[in-house]
Write a protein that binds this ligand. Structure first.
Ligand code: IPE
Ligand code: IPE
Ligand code: MG
Length: 263
C-alpha cells in the first residue's frame, strides 16, 4: 500500500493527485472502474451549424474546440486511451470544399496539438490509411507522433481517413503476405494475429463508445475493437458535448453490467 502510494505521488505529483481525487468525488465517478479505452464518433457538427444559420465549416471549427476540452478532461480523469473519429474513408464523398476545410482543420489540430496538449502530456497517433492524404499531412503526422511519443499521459488516436473495413482488409493482407512467404500457417492464425495487424495493435479494446448527434450506427468505426464496448448514444451535437457530458457517459458505463458472454 505504502509503495503504491509512493509511486502514485512520484508519477502524478501531490497536487495532481489531490485534484483528481477531489474532482472524482464531485462528479461521482468511480475512479477504480474507469474505461481504459474510450472511442468517440464525433457527429453532428454540420447540423449544429445549420441550426445556428452558420456554414457547416463553423460546426467543424466548434467541434475541434470541443475535442481539445474532452481530451484534456479524459486525460485528467486518468483514461489511458481515446480514439476519436475525425474523418472516415467515406467522408471523401463530401463536397471538395468541405473535405479541404476538414483537412486544413486537422492539419492545424496536429500542429497546435504539439503545443496546446503539451501541458496535458497527450500522446498523439493517427490511425487510418495515410497514402491518400497529402504529403504535407503525412509528414505532419510523423512529426506530431514523434514529438509526443515519449509523453506519459493519455494516448489519443485520431482516426483520419479511417475505416474499420479498410483496417481489417489491411490486417488480412499482412497475414496473407506472411502465409505466402511461408512464415505463417493459415490454420494457426489467431485473434491476436488479427489484432496485431490493426492500427491499434497493442492497445486494449474499446470499453466505452460514445456517438453524439442522436445517430445510432457505427459508420465503419473500429469494427473489431468495439466487439464488447458499451455504447452510449447522446442526442447532443458534438460541439455541445461538454466535459460534464463525458462524466455522465462514464457514470452510465459504470452502471452497466458487462458480462462478456458470462453470467
Ligand atoms: C461530424 O459531423 C464530423 C465529420 C464527419 C467530419 P458531421 O459533419 O457529420 O455533421 P452532421 O452529421 O452532418 O450534422
Ligand atoms: C462518421 O460520421 C464519421 C465521423 C464522425 C468522422 P458521418 O456523419 O460521416 O456518418 P454517417 O454518414 O452519418 O453514417
Ligand atoms: Mg454526420
Amino acid at each position: 500500500m505504502r509503495a503504491v502510494l509512493f509511486l502514485d505521488l512520484c508519477h502524478e505529483g501531490i497536487i495532481g493527485m489531490f485534484f483528481r481525487k477531489n474532482k472524482a468525488i464531485t462528479s461521482g465517478i468511480d475512479m477504480d472502474n474507469l474505461p481504459r479505452h474510450i472511442g468517440i464518433i464525433m457527429d453532428g457538427n454540420g447540423r449544429w451549424a445549420k441550426k445556428r444559420g452558420l456554414p457547416r465549416s463553423a460546426g467543424h471549427k466548434a467541434g475541434a474546440e470541443s475535442l481539445k476540452k474532452i481530451v484534456t478532461e479524459a486525460n485528467n480523469l486518468g483514461i489511458e486511451y481515446i480514439t476519436v473519429y475525425a474523418f472516415s474513408t467515406e467522408n471523401w464523398k463530401r463536397p471538395q470544399a468541405e473535405v479541404d476545410y476538414l483537412m486544413n482543420l486537422l492539419m492545424d489540430y496536429l500542429i497546435n496539438a504539439e503545443k496546446t496538449l503539451a501541458g496535458e502530456n497527450v500522446r498523439i497517433r493517427a490511425i487510418g490509411s495515410r497514402k491518400e492524404l497529402s504529403e504535407e499531412m503525412q509528414e505532419q503526422i510523423i512529426k506530431t507522433e514523434k514529438l509526443t511519443r515519449d509523453r506519459t499521459g493519455i494516448v489519443m488516436n485520431i482516426a483520419l481517413n479511417y475505416g474499420g473495413r479498410e483496417e481489417l482488409v489491411n490486417a488480412a493482407k499482412t497475414l496473407c503476405r506472411k502465409a505466402a512467404a511461408g512464415e505463417l500457417n493459415p490454420e494457426d492464425v489467431t485473434e491476436k494475429d488479427m489484432d496485431d495487424g490493426l492500427y491499434t495493435a497493442g492497445q486494449p479494446d474499446v470499453d466505452l463508445l460514445i456517438r453524439t448527434s442522436g445517430e445510432q450506427r457505427l459508420s465503419n468505426f473500429m469494427l473489431w475493437q468495439v466487439s464488447y464496448a458499451e455504447m452510449i448514444f447522446v442526442d447532443k451535437a458534438w460541439p455541445d458535448f461538454k466535459p460534464k457530458d463525458l462524466h455522465e457517459c462514464i457514470k452510465i458505463f459504470q452502471g452497466r453490467g458487462r458480462r462478456f458472454g458470462g453470467i
